[in-house]
Design a protein around this ligand. Sequence first.
Ligand SMILES: Cc1cc2nc3c(=O)[nH]c(=O)nc-3n(C[C@H](O)[C@H](O)[C@H](O)COP(=O)(O)O)c2cc1C
Length: 216
Amino acid sequence: MRLLRPSLACFAALLLGAQAPAPLKLPGAPSEGASLNTALRGRATARALVGPAPTLAEAGQLLWAAQGENRPGKRVAPSAHAKHPLELYLITSGSADLGPGLYHYLPPGHQLTRMADGTPATLLGAIKGMQAWIQEAPAVFVMAGDPSRIGDGALALHLTYYEGGAAAQGLLLQASALGLGAGTAAGVDLEAVARTLKLPKGTRVLTLLPVGHAKP
Ligand SMILES: Cc1cc2nc3c(=O)[nH]c(=O)nc-3n(C[C@H](O)[C@H](O)[C@H](O)COP(=O)(O)O)c2cc1C
């Protein structure tokens, strides 16, 4: 029995290891591009969004603008006590170099891990009352957060939502700078979104950010 236990554990670990896909390394954000003033002028909610969904490079820039590291261990968006309660997910219908699915952003290392199959239509479309422009978007970024990383109670909740708003604005400005259409939407059943995406216990969805190309 003593021998059997470790060998079973090794077998399970090997099996799990074989199933876990390697994280996707995202391209680094370019140091040049549209000016901040151009991005600010262009920021507007776009609800008529068409494909293609963001490429790997575009997704990388959007994720980085919201939650990327711009110094070792610190992020583009400010964080209360640097507790970093936010988690950012991407649901995409797929583009030339980024397949459809649900992904999780890992700021250290600027990587994406694939969590599940699906598209905005298949994953969000089943949620009661989901707004059409969200489920029909080529991609939806899911801004989520775990307030318990800051503390208990109303203040931790407040700070997490505040931080989610600051990070969301970074993503919206980056979308504007890249010439992509985007918006933010919190007027849906965000708890149902967390359940549907099987987000970790304690993780709240703060807002959804549909992204695509604005229909002219
Ligand atoms: C916290 C928040 C929640 C929002 N929720 C929704 C939403 O559920 N659906 C939607 O179509 N727009 C939503 N919006 C977008 C606003 O309707 C939009 O920002 C507003 O009409 C101003 O237009 P603009 O973004 O083009 O300046 C939301 C915006 C914020 C800040």
